[in-house]
Design a protein around this ligand. Structure first.
Ligand code: SD4
Length: 345
């Protein structure tokens, strides 16, 4: 199976559409993602290959006796601290006005608690601000100026608003925009989508998760994606497991994607099958079909895990005491759509 890099996944649907039936590929991928690699908690699963060092940092926190929330936060901070990650934390892609606005959320299975921030600029670690919202306020979500004021008062580390590389890329984009005078059309083709969603199962059976991103590159200022929305970019249910998403947030949000994956696991589906079934359900209903560009990771309380994406699928990272690996998820195309339902034309 060909491997899809995180930068390539937006165009992966079209590639896969030309590739014939995916049913065989889905079956072939199952053992690689789940049955062949037996995991036991502590188990950490995250989106994309850059999730692997985050997973490993999270595992080390757990072995040092840290809590599940510490593990999720510290793991995601690794990704947020790396300016080479093309849309998380310091590597964040600016919006159309040249400003990086970050989204993040965190969730604790115990107590079913959640915190999140949206459209925050000037801070490097939105995951930590999200955790502070959860732990010190009666709210779940703070956005924009209010979130920034909250973070400033709490003394959070300020980050460069735009890395020099991203600034240069934005300037090139801006110049192109002006030359072509097609700002609207361009905004529909973001340069890439690299979100970290990291979910963790601890040996005591508790489940945690977090998600962090700068979202859709060159988005309209104020746009908030799925990543900080509980149930969309992330969902944790201590009775069942957890799921997280990466891809085009608008397409995840309209279906409460991560909530859907968790609910499918509650009905007894293996995490990988739950990710596949959620995408099938979305694609059957949606005018975009399998061009939704959505990807999910999931794990359950039994220590099973999986992932799936549209097109050729995507790469995700799995870490436990026995191994730490980047795996290829199965992908779904129109060949796997089944009966068309809902309001799909
Ligand atoms: C968003 N879902 O803001 C995020 C982007 C993403 O990998 O996942 N990038 O739409």
């Amino acid at each position: 199976m060909s491997r899809v890099t995180r930068r390539g996944f937006l165009s992966s649907s079209t590639v896969a559409l030309a590739g014939g039936s995916v049913v065989g590929r889905v079956k072939a991928a199952l053992p690689a993602g789940s049955a062949n690699l037996q995991a036991s908690p502590p188990l950490i699963v995250s989106t994309w290959p850059f999730g692997q060092p985050a997973n490993e940092a999270a595992l080390a926190v757990i072995h040092r006796g840290g809590s599940g929330l510490d593990a999720v936060e510290q793991g995601i901070r690794i990704t947020e601290s790396d300016p080479s990650n093309a849309s998380v934390g310091l590597g964040g892609i600016p919006n159309a006005a040249g400003v990086v606005q970050l989204d993040a959320c965190i969730m604790s299975g115990p107590g079913h608690r959640a915190g999140s921030v949206g459209a925050v600029s000037g801070f490097s670690h939105p995951i930590s601000i999200a955790r502070r919202v959860m732990e010190t306020t009666r709210h779940v979500m703070l956005v924009g100026a209010g979130a920034e004021e909250f973070a400033a008062e709490a003394g959070f580390e300020r980050g460069p608003k735009v890395s020099s590389g991203q600034r240069a890329a934005w300037k090139r984009w801006k110049a192109e925009q002006e030359a072509k005078a097609k700002a609207q059309a361009k905004a529909k083709s973001p340069p890439n989508h690299d979100t970290i969603a990291l979910i963790a199962l601890l040996p005591d059976g508790n489940v945690f998760g977090g998600c962090s991103t700068s979202g859709w590159g060159y988005k309209i200022p104020g746009r908030v994606g799925d990543s900080p929305i509980i149930g969309s970019g992330l969902y944790v249910d201590n009775e069942v497991g957890a799921a997280g998403a990466t891809g085009v947030g608008e397409n995840v949000m309209r279906y409460c994607g991560s909530f859907l994956v968790v609910e499918l696991m509650r009905q007894g589906l293996h995490p990988q099958e739950a990710c596949l079934e959620a995408i099938r359900r979305m694609a059957r209903k949606d005018p975009l079909g399998f061009d939704l560009s959505v990807n999910f990771v999931a794990l359950d309380r039994q220590g099973r895990y999986g992932a799936a994406g549209t097109g050729q699928g995507f790469q995700y990272s799995v870490t436990c005491d026995a191994f730490s690996r980047v795996l290829q998820s199965p992908g779904l195309t129109s060949a796997d759509i089944g009966p068309v339902g809902g309001n799909r034309k």
